[in-house]
Design a protein around this ligand. Structure first.
Ligand code: NAD
Ligand code: MG
Length: 392
């Protein structure tokens, strides 16, 4: 029996994870579920999965959740705050932590799970983007098993040898990172000027939370994934190529020096990578339908359009600059995406906000979690001030 803490249970990844756990009650038990705003959903999840603990952000949400749980006669104990997230992520009886909080808020609890040596299922790519060096050092020091949930990274993981010790030793020449291109693939900057949040959140292939949906539409998601891949697989940005593949059937590929290219295919449903990582090295049923190649019939590939989607170029630049540039990129992007969702700025201004932070702030080499958080805060303040200046 694997005992699991699910950070971000109420989100899209959280729900898909609980769907799989619910299919295998003989294999997985829930220790703790955490959520931010959807308190009723969290209460129902706690009841259904018999959670020992639930964690929310503040005292008010905690008392609301407690009364809902009392009405449902669920025995779940309620805690709140960042320390409580860290506590349930590192508790002795927990084997596995699904890190599925969105954004920088996921960093501290995920790192707590890493330091406690847990098996980490990593969906929260932002934590690697912000603090990849510290994160990977902590993984090595604690002996944590780190398994990628992001579909592209999970695909690459599946295409690499089990004893992977770096690209050279494995004979890997390139990682080919798939990108759907998002809802605005083929659009010009002019066409994207008046795009609304509802359009940006309507992804053609994947159903996801709002922040990652906007990131997918701007291609910043691919940029964050590029940085994530560098840390996970110990490669340089130049060893990664982004391939736009609109059908989202090939989730990524690995090119070897002998000319072989291995790919992982499947229907675009996050339950496949989640089931893969939960059961690894075994395989379990995920509820995902078999791929029907006859129905798919064709697979297309294109170069990414960096001129229309400058966020991807900004991420390549931040990856090359290293230091805290990726943390600055990530923080400015979080602020810009929220401002776009709040209709304060236009879609194409997201890249402008991120660029302004990268241009306006000096880079440093953060050597501690405090230093990373300082860079994050600095970029948040800088981009908020810039948004106030440009908002229409
Ligand atoms: P979501 O918005 O649907 O869910 C986010 C979860 O985080 C919710 O449970 C929410 O309550 C919690 N949360 C939000 N802010 C918080 C805060 N300040 N403190 C504590 N908890 C907070 O997002 P999602 O689509 O499930 O994505 C989660 C993560 O997984 C993101 O990092 C995303 O990039 C990554 N990811 C998602 C997908 C996908 O298909 N949805 C695919 C690959 C990677
Ligand atoms: Mg992805």
């Amino acid at each position: 029996m694997q005992t699991i803490t699910l950070l971000g249970a109420t989100g899209s990844i959280g729900e898909s994870t609980l769907d799989i756990i619910g299919r295998h009650p003989d294999k997985y038990a829930v220790f703790a579920l955490t959520g931010n705003q959807q308190i009723e959903k969290l209460a129902a999840q706690c009841l259904r999965h018999n959670a020992e603990y639930a964690v929310v952000n503040d005292a008010l949400s905690a008392s609301k959740l407690e009364s809902l749980l009392a009405n449902l006669k669920a025995p779940t104990r309620v805690l709140y705050g960042v320390d409580a997230l860290c506590q349930v992520a590192s508790a002795e009886s927990v084997d596995t932590v699904m890190a599925a909080i969105v954004g920088a808020a996921g960093l501290v609890p995920t790192l707590a799970a890493v330091k406690a040596g847990k098996k980490i299922l990593l969906a929260n790519k932002e934590s690697l983007v912000m603090a990849g060096g510290l994160f990977m050092d902590a993984v090595k020091a604690s002996g944590s098993l780190l398994l990628p949930i992001d579909s592209e990274h999970n695909a690459i993981f599946q295409c690499l040898p089990a004893n992977y010790q770096g690209a050279d030793a494995a004979g890997v020449s390139k990682l080919l990172l798939s990108a759907s291109g998002g809802p605005f693939r083929g659009w010009s900057v002019e066409q994207m000027l008046s795009v609304q949040p509802e359009q940006a959140c309507a992804h053609p292939n994947w159903s996801m939370g709002r922040k990652i949906s906007v990131d997918s539409a701007s291609l910043m998601n691919k940029g964050l994934e590029l940085i994530e891949a560098c840390w996970l697989f110990d490669v340089a940005p130049s060893q990664i190529e982004v391939v736009v593949h609109p059908q989202s059937v090939i989730h990524s590929l690995v090119q070897y020096t002998d000319g072989s290219v291995l790919a992982q295919l499947g229907n675009p449903d996050m339950r496949t990578p989640i089931a893969h990582a939960l059961a690894w090295p075994d395989r379990i049923l995920s509820g995902v339908e078999n791929l029907n190649l006859f129905e798919i019939a064709r697979l297309d590939f294109e170069q990414p359009d960096l001129a229309s989607f400058p966020c991807l170029q900004l991420a390549f630049d931040a990856a090359a600059a290293a230091g805290d540039a990726p943390a600055i990129l990530n923080a400015a992007n979080e602020i810009a995406v929220q401002a776009f969702l709040d209709r304060r700025i236009g879609f194409t201004q997201i890249a402008q906000v991120v660029d302004n932070s990268l241009q306006g702030l000096d880079f440093s080499e953060p050597d501690s979690l405090d230093a990373v958080q300082e860079s994050d805060q600095k970029a948040r303040q800088h981009s908020m001030a810039y948004i106030t200046q440009i908002e229409s």
